[in-house]
Design a protein around this ligand. Structure first.
Ligand SMILES: *Cc1c(COP(=O)(O)O)cnc(C)c1O
Length: 456
């Protein structure tokens, strides 16, 4: 053992390797040296009498691989060929070109984020977005934080601290990524009161629970699951009538916050924020990066008096949205005011893509995949989904490429780790590239990555 340990190269011997000197011209010499030390100490702690001790060359290769893999831009862009439009693992909604440019512009220099240029006095980063949200939804005011989970937490903390929050038993759910309504309620200092049953809840169930300790009525859209069959849920307008008559605010979490009518695209209806407000919700909550198609954000719209309570709460500062997101969100909302959302916002471009165009693109791509005895590519009809906890069970007809290879998992690994990574899905033992979620401008890159992964 002692002999083995003695064979481990010294830090200075690894430092003298040319590969390491090259790294040191690009990166901090101190950080590279630390990395070598870590690598050597890892070898020392795992060595046993059977171990092959790596050479200086091998160690410098490991260090250099680590640097190339980890000390580079991240997250890497990938081509989403899964057919899932809002894929949380792939960063949810891609931004429109204009929204992306707005985020870049806002970040590369100073801005009037919190300064009124006219008076030279301090301004609010929320004023502009509040007006835009009002114009779009008819709500009195709006307020934006980092994400919808934070928005709901803020809403409950500001309006229901130490009070009861009435929730239907069918809505005390887990939304995903560990966001559980009962836990959020507990954290916000509110007390959960469940009413009704798992499948049926009526207005009278809420009414029976109202008392002097009631803080708010909370309704949560079942975005990522569906209860079918013998079910009943009161409408927001019924809940709002009850709330108004008893002076209790009604909070409505619509989840995705589609401003467009999903039924126009052959999909099931998704509750729209403007409908929630029209039905009388006092506050309506939704995400910026789901069907709205903007950056990560949590948006609250509704009555001015309640919005003010939220904005004055200490958590509002903790959940404050940053200027890049705010700039991108502003531009995204303006797309809706210009009635150009379908043509400019990627998630709506994808949802509204014409089947004929998808088929043509699939055909073009398949003809460019060199054929072989080892694999075959063909155009297939397939089904895309919305994802991101929106419209569960809903699919859209689509077209894609079906690639039959000997080992689909192995091929998927290769193409995910290619120079231009592609994330496909595997179905019936074949690799599927669904073109609905591939930006048309990426078709050539997709072809190149497929060809590369077939050859290597
Ligand atoms: C997605 C979702 C959330 C969480 O939104 P984030 O913006 O991801 O924090 C909350 N409620 C519902 C109903 C959702 O669908």
């Amino acid at each position: 053992m002692r002999e083995k340990l003695r064979q481990i190269p010294s830090v200075s011997s690894v430092l003298s390797d040319t590969r390491i000197s090259e790294l040191m011209t690009e990166f901090s010499a101190e950080a590279v040296t630390d990395l070598i030390r870590e690598q050597l100490s890892h070898i020392r702690s795992t060595v046993d009498s059977e171990s092959e001790i790596p050479t200086i060359l091998e160690i410098s290769n490991q260090v250099s691989d680590h640097v190339k893999r980890n000390w580079s831009h991240w997250p890497r862009t990938v081509i989403n060929a899964t057919g899932v439009v809002i894929h949380t693992n792939l960063g949810r909604a891609p931004l429109s070109t204009e929204s992306m440019e707005a985020a870049v512009d806002s970040s590369k220099t100073y801005s009037d984020l919190e300064l009124e240029l006219g008076s030279g006095k301090r301004g609010s980063r929320q004023a502009r977005i509040s007006q835009l949200l009002s114009s779009l939804t008819g709500a009195e005011a709006g307020f934006v934080v980092n994400n919808n989970a934070a928005a709901i937490m803020l809403g409950l903390s500001a309006l229901a601290l130490g009070k009861e929050v009435i929730v239907s038993r069918s809505e005390a759910v887990e939304i995903g990524g560990g966001f559980r309504i009962p836990d959020v309620l507990k954290q916000s200092g509110a007390i959960l009161t469940e009413v009704g049953t798992t499948n049926r809840t009526y207005v009278m169930d809420y009414e029976r629970e109202l008392n002097e300790d009631t803080g708010v009525i909370l309704s949560i859209h079942s975005s990522n699951f569906k209860i079918i069959g013998f079910t009943a849920t009161p409408s927001i307008s019924d809940l709002s009538n009850l709330g108004t008559s008893k002076g209790i605010p009604v909070l409505h979490d619509v989840g995705s916050g589609s401003l467009l009518d999903t039924t126009k695209y052959g999909l099931a209806p998704e509750p729209r924020p403007q409908e929630s407000i029209a039905a009388g919700a006092d506050l309506c909550f939704f995400s910026g990066d789901k069907l709205l198609g903007g950056p990560q954000a949590g948006i609250v719209i509704g009555r001015k008096s309640y919005i003010e309570k939220l904005s004055n709460h200490p958590l509002a500062r903790a959940f404050r949205i940053d200027k890049m997101n705010l700039a991108a969100l502003t531009t995204t909302l303006i797309h809706y005011l210009k009635e150009e959302a379908q043509n400019k916002i990627p998630v709506w471009q994808m949802i509204s893509a014409e089947l004929d165009d998808l088929r043509t693109r699939a055909h073009n791509i398949s003809t460019k995949i060199p054929s072989s005895d080892l694999y075959s590519a063909k155009v297939i009809g397939t089904k895309s989904t919305i994802g991101g906890g929106s419209l569960p069970g809903e699919t859209m007809d689509s077209f894609g490429i079906q690639l039959t290879v000997k080992n689909p998992e192995n091929f998927a690994l290769k193409i995910r780790t290619a120079t231009s990574p592609v994330v496909p899905r595997i179905e019936d033992d074949a690799v599927i590239f669904d073109l609905r979620t591939v930006l048309q401008s990426d078709d050539d890159t997709l072809i190149a990555s497929i060809a590369y992964s077939l050859q290597n």
